[in-house]
Design a protein around this ligand. Structure first.
Ligand SMILES: NC(=O)c1ccc[n+]([C@@H]2O[C@H](COP(=O)([O-])OP(=O)(O)OC[C@H]3O[C@@H](n4cnc5c(N)ncnc54)[C@H](OP(=O)(O)O)[C@@H]3O)[C@@H](O)[C@H]2O)c1
Length: 334
């Protein structure tokens, strides 16, 4: 039997605008050996995240960029097939920053154990993983929603936004989602229980916010930035909280559209606060416990969009920017 090889996807060149096939390079290697304290993981699923576009951009961010020639950074999950870490056994399932490849060596303390008998692995990369924690801490810690308040979330049908809206409903808020297309607008209202949705591709967002938030927005959870952020700023209520989670509408643009309506913050005595989920590393157990219970009890619905094969990485990543993904986007690689 021929020994398995490790297919890796590397950054070949920094893209201008949307990544293209030339952005990536696939290489084949021997499967690596774990050193002291390390584990060898056979990846089953790779998480595709909008942040990846930022990670391949030159320059300063909250994390250093991936260098040209390096294996593309990615959160991923799989089964441990060799272990030199005392607390991790062969057969355990783990997730961590394992990269776009089929096998990864990682420090045993840099991965988290996950339990596929509790939830399927794609869910561990979605609602029970980084996007779920982003929704949980961003909404509850920064948005601080109170019962009866109006919460608006953009990117509403996506991995983070769909969880934000459902948590806000659990907290007794009125929830309005902004999403692209009639099917996503229908999904968040009929299947996730949001009170209303605005289809930003076909409807006037400002008019929709006036209609669905007659007393103003109390919490705006922003996943998209750009003109939708401006429309939300113009519709804020007094003492509103704007949570800056992301600005996906701008990630492929070299000229970043910044907010024009920011004086609404002054007029409405409002705040606008950015955050990165890694700020909450010390509180992950709390978020994981509560999210795990909500998912197990069926109070939060999850949806994953699983695409087959590591070689599909380049075109699949771009689905995040065209809106073709239906929920948490994941590659199945083994
Ligand atoms: N701060 C943090 O720590 C943190 C952590 C995780 C994620 N994030 C951010 O959270 C946001 C959502 O991430 P996710 O993983 O949940 O992705 P996602 O929502 O599952 O997928 C991305 C979605 O963005 C929407 N989109 C793409 N281009 C757009 C545009 N020009 N205008 C409006 N919407 C657009 C599309 O939905 P439509 O079909 O509705 O257009 C697409 O499906 C991103 O901005 C991401 O960077 C931040």
């Amino acid at each position: 039997m021929t020994p398995p090889t490790n297919t890796c996807c590397r950054l070949a060149a920094r893209p201008e605008g949307m990544p293209t096939p030339d952005t990536w390079d696939f290489t084949e290697h021997d499967v690596p050996e774990p050193g002291d304290g390390e584990v060898l993981v056979k990846l089953s699923h790779i998480s595709l995240d909008p942040a990846m576009r930022g990670w391949i951009r030159e320059g300063h961010s909250y994390i250093p960029p991936v260098q040209v020639g390096e294996v593309m950074r990615a959160i991923a999950a799989g089964e441990v097939v060799a272990s030199n870490a005392e607390h991790i056994a062969v057969g355990d399932h783990v997730s961590g920053m394992l990269g776009v490849q089929q096998f990864a060596v990682a420090n045993g303390h840099a991965v988290q154990k996950i339990d596929p008998s509790v939830a399927p692995i794609p869910t561990w990369l979605g609602a029970l993983g980084m996007p779920g924690m982003t929704a949980y801490f961003g909404l509850l810690d920064i948005g601080d929603p109170k019962e009866g308040e109006t919460v608006v979330v953009s990117g509403a049908a996506g991995a983070v936004g769909s969880i934000v809206g459902q948590i806000a409903k659990l907290k007794g808020c009125r929830v309005v989602g902004i999403a692209g297309g009639p099917e996503k607008a229908r999904y968040v209202v009929e299947e996730l229980g949001f009170d209303a949705a605005i289809d930003y591709k076909n409807d006037d967002v400002a008019a929709g916010l006036r209609e669905h938030c007659p007393d103003g927005i109390d919490v705006y959870f922003d996943n998209v930035g750009g003109e939708i952020l401006d429309a939300a700023l113009a519709a804020l209520g007094r003492h509103a909280r704007v949570v800056i989670c992301g600005a996906i509408s701008q990630y492929n643009d070299s000229t970043f559209y910044g907010p024009k309506n920011y004086m609404a913050l002054l007029v409405q005595h409002a705040t606008m606060t950015g955050f990165v989920v890694s700020d909450y590393g010390a509180r992950i157990a709390e978020g994981a416990r509560e999210m795990g219970a909500w998912v197990a009890e069926g109070k939060i619905k999850t949806r994953e969009d699983v695409v087959e094969g590591i070689e599909a990485f380049p075109e699949t990543l771009n689905k995040l920017f065209t809106g073709e993904n239906q929920g948490k986007l994941v590659l199945h690689v083994g």
